[in-house]
Design a protein around this ligand. Structure first.
Ligand code: IPE
Ligand code: IPE
Ligand code: MG
Ligand code: MG
Ligand code: MG
Length: 334
């Protein structure tokens, strides 16, 4: 499994940087992004902020520190290999932009945004394992278990899950951190993300399927994480319940559309663009919208979910960037 030829990929992503603080100071006067920048640029800034903060948060000491704190070098490499790889950072961007849309300071949402991305990345590492989807390419790079072996990949995922909760617990004030932590735990757990992954694998083996079954799987394995990403942003801005609910619904609808477009990209996407193997779903007999309802109907359903998502944004003070993000999901090629 362990392929030493892949090690060169580590070079870009393991060097620590101090961009986080600099980005926060340069780009966020009063904790907000300037209103005159276009949505795509705002998304790019969110991605840079999250990347820099993830880098900082995983720059663990390798040598023993006071109290014996340190992280084994191989584990650190495996964590950073997957986490700092070029993901789209859509979920953490939603968290930051949801805070902004409710009038909060973007920087206050960074711990929650990073926590969401850590859970997402752990779920991808485990999703790719031979016991699950058995994939060898992720984010344009060999999957974690292909580079580090299965045991390290499993453990890197475990570490990211724990680190996510350590990170979200840093939200201020503490009462908000407690609520965010509980909400995120519910979403990462058996009733949402993990339950959805179990259903997804079970559906590969079952014969008869309905669109309702498929939607229930997508709701848990994918839409729940999108919903919580937006919801946490609103909670951190201490927005009224109406706005928190609207953003949760927005994220949920967006997540359902996102998984449909993921399944469509598995049919028509270009491997070099999507950064993962294509044609895998039909090869594995996975239950997907294009497989069940055809491509045209799948696209129509994704459009309907995006419209539903955008309708939720009427409740907010500053929604244009979240609206642009929703529309980008429909047009995405990666
Ligand atoms: C992939 O998510 C997993 C799904 C829920 C379909 P993304 O397409 O957001 O993956 P990255 O984070 O950009 O790699
Ligand atoms: C992934 O769904 C959902 C989670 C990782 C929770 P897929 O299995 O379709 O995602 P990809 O296509 O491997 O990214
Ligand atoms: Mg899967
Ligand atoms: Mg998969
Ligand atoms: Mg997929």
């Amino acid at each position: 499994m362990h392929d030493s030829n892949d090690q060169h990929e580590l070079a870009d992503v393991t060097a620590p940087s101090s961009r986080a603080v600099q980005l926060r100071d340069d780009l966020l006067p009063n904790g907000q992004l300037p209103k005159d920048i276009v949505a795509t640029e705002a998304l790019g800034i969110c991605r840079d902020l999250v990347d820099a903060e993830l880098d900082r948060l995983t720059d663990f000491p390798e040598e023993p520190q006071a109290l014996g704190r340190n992280c084994p070098a191989e584990l650190k490499k495996a964590i950073r290999y997957s986490l700092l790889a070029p993901g789209k950072r859509l979920r953490p961007a939603m968290t930051l932009l949801a805070t902004e849309a409710c009038g909060g300071a973007i920087s206050s949402a960074l711990p929650a945004a990073c926590a969401v991305e850590m859970i997402h990345t752990y779920s991808l590492i485990h999703d790719d394992l031979p016991a699950m989807d058995d994939d060898d390419l992720r984010r344009g790079m060999p999957t974690s278990h292909r580079v580090f072996g299965e045991a390290q990949a499993i453990l890197a995922g475990d570490a990211l899950l724990a680190l996510a909760f350590q990170t979200v617990a840093q939200v201020q004030p503490e009462e908000v951190a407690a609520r965010c932590t509980a909400t995120l735990a519910l979403t990462a757990g058996p009733e949402a993300l993990v339950g959805g992954q179990v259903d997804d694998l079970a559906a590969e083996k079952l014969g008869a399927h309905t669109a309702e079954q498929l939607e229930a799987i997508h709701a848990r394995k994918t839409a729940a994480m999108f919903a919580v990403s937006a919801k946490l942003g609103a909670m951190i801005a201490q927005a009224p319940d109406k706005q928190i609910d609207a953003l949760e619904q927005y994220g949920f609808a967006l997540g359902l559309a996102f998984q449909i477009t993921d399944d469509l990209l598995d049919v028509h996407g270009k491997e070099a663009k999507v950064g993962k193997r294509v044609g895998k779903d039909s090869q594995r007999g996975k239950l997907t919208y294009p497989g069940l309802l055809g491509e045209e109907e799948s696209r129509r359903r994704a459009e309907t979910w995006i419209n539903d998502a955008c309708n939720q944004l009427r409740q907010l003070e500053y929604p244009p960037r979240l609206e642009a993000l929703a529309k980008a999901v429909l047009e995405r090629d990666h």
